[in-house]
Ligand binder design. Structure first.
Ligand code: IMP
Ligand code: MG
Length: 177
């Protein structure tokens, strides 16, 4: 598995330090607001688990599962595989994503949830790849900006592999081309 990685982009230590900072920042911004953190599966699972242990306020968590990708190509179409089963009206939502790439997925999700009249919707993403943005959307909380390369690890996959790498690595292009 590690032989398929061209180079380590973000080490375990770097990620840990930054996730702690973002967790503290969200805690300050949302104290007294009892937010619902909504993890977007599956890519969010490691980031969300680490982030939540650095959030020190009353809050709850839920998950949605969406699919928009096969391999490395964004289709723009988003399929909801698992929806929320609680009322979010009047609540403060924080969507937790692995990476904001074209932005199509989060743009779709934001509009999809806005119909249910939450008090606010914010976005927390581990990675932001602004070079490829197509939708007019930005992250309220972003741990790292990354270059336009296909990255895996710490929850991010290529065809369902590599999610268990403890760091973020750039995948060798020959793996996906
Ligand atoms: P978007 O809709 O283009 O913003 O893409 C969002 C989803 O695409 C993310 O949640 C990831 O699952 C996937 N994705 C985008 N770029 C990468 C990457 O570099 N590595 C792994 N997955 C990616
Ligand atoms: Mg993915």
């Amino acid at each position: 598995m590690r032989d398929d990685i061209e180079r380590v982009l973000l080490s375990e230590e770097e990620i840990k330090d930054k996730v702690r900072i973002i967790g503290r920042q969200i805690s300050e911004d949302f104290s007294d607001r009892n937010p619902i953190f909504i993890g977007v599966l599956k890519g969010c699972f490691i980031f969300m688990a680490d982030l939540m242990r650095n959030v020190d306020i009353r809050c709850s968590m839920d998950f949605m599962a969406v699919s928009s990708y096969s391999g490395t190509n964004s289709t723009g179409a988003v399929k909801i595989n698992k929806d929320l089963n609680q009322d979010i009206g009047g609540r403060h939502l924080i969507l937790v994503e692995d990476i904001l790439d074209s932005g199509m997925t989060l743009n779709y999700l934001k509009n999809y949830l806005a119909v249910r009249r939450p008090a606010s919707i914010h976005i927390a993403t581990l990675l932001d790849k602004p070079a490829r943005r197509k939708a007019d959307i930005y992250a309220d909380y972003s741990c790292f900006e990354v270059p336009d390369a296909f990255v895996v690890g710490y929850g991010l996959d290529y065809n369902e592999s590599y999610r268990n790498l403890p760091y973020i690595g750039i995948l060798k292009p020959e793996i996906y081309s």
